[in-house]
Design a protein. Sequence first.
Length: 96
Amino acid sequence: MGFLFADIDPNSPCEYLERLATKIDDTHVDLAATQTWGLAKGGSRVAIEIAVSKARLNWRDGYIMCIRDITERHLAEMSVRESEGRYRTLVEHAPR
């Protein structure tokens, strides 16, 4: 099993997490995921999806994060867009 971290500014991690956690009114009901870049074990950059929920425990705020590697999905979507672009070019330049 590898490690996966969001690419968060180490000088202001709470500010970043607070911004993600406040995307919807009640993050306990439905987490709104955000696509961004992160670091995998070994330091390689990967596409990730991060969902953050703010929680209060012992009168202190904390954050619960769900991070998922979506690199394969990101690459597949890019491939589809490129394929659509090539097809569109072929259709536009096809003899009539």
